[in-house]
Design a protein around this ligand. Sequence first.
Ligand SMILES: *Cc1c(COP(=O)(O)O)cnc(C)c1O
Length: 244
Amino acid sequence: MTPEDRRAELAESLEAVRERLAKACQAAGRSPDEVELLAVTKTFPASDVALLSDLGLSAFAENREQEARGKVAEFAELRPVAASRWHMVGQLQRNKARAVARWADVVESVDSDRLAEALARATASALDAGEREHPLDVLVQVSLDGTTGRGGCAPEDVPQLAETITRTSDLRLRGVMAVAPLGGDVDVAFSTLSSISERLRVDHPEAVDVSAGMSGDLESAVAHGSTRVRVGTALLGGRRLTSP
Ligand SMILES: *Cc1c(COP(=O)(O)O)cnc(C)c1O
């Protein structure tokens, strides 16, 4: 496929996603500017990120540190003056914290005190070394399926983790993130997340972000107050399966 063809394809899918978002917002009585569109570019090349940037997007997400690191650097070469914000949305091991702190603007998958502490230390070193300019924005990932196998902390652990994050000076607590449980009722899941967010904001009024909704369930997420949908397939097409 030529770059022109790919650009046309991405323009078309972007328009379709924006239309779905507009409809979902209208149905929920919300303004479309209340919901940010985050393009999940995992498995797709930096050239696609460049085209999405040309089409007006500036928020991109990845789920693997090593893949992201290379892509962020390549994108910076392809579009040196374009604005971009990079979100880490995948499960993260503590030993990758230092690497992530070099490129991520936001880590959405913080689910333990130990990971939060590792990210705080990593961000402090990256700031000291001149590898980043700002504190790291983080979201608490909440598991909504009663297990923590796919990442996320238990809902009852959110307040404690929020305290740990706000005690550090290098992390900024921005809100919550969740993935709807496989095979579960997405409306129930997103409504639970909405209550968790509401409770969190009592003690942390600045933590207003609710990152919820993907290609298959963004309408439900928007109906339940999502402020950021993370869309991969519906924008970029099907991903080849990678290792589990
Ligand atoms: C891959 C991924 C997405 C995007 O999923 P799609 O169904 O392709 O839109 C969203 N959130 C997370 C955490 C992901 O890993």
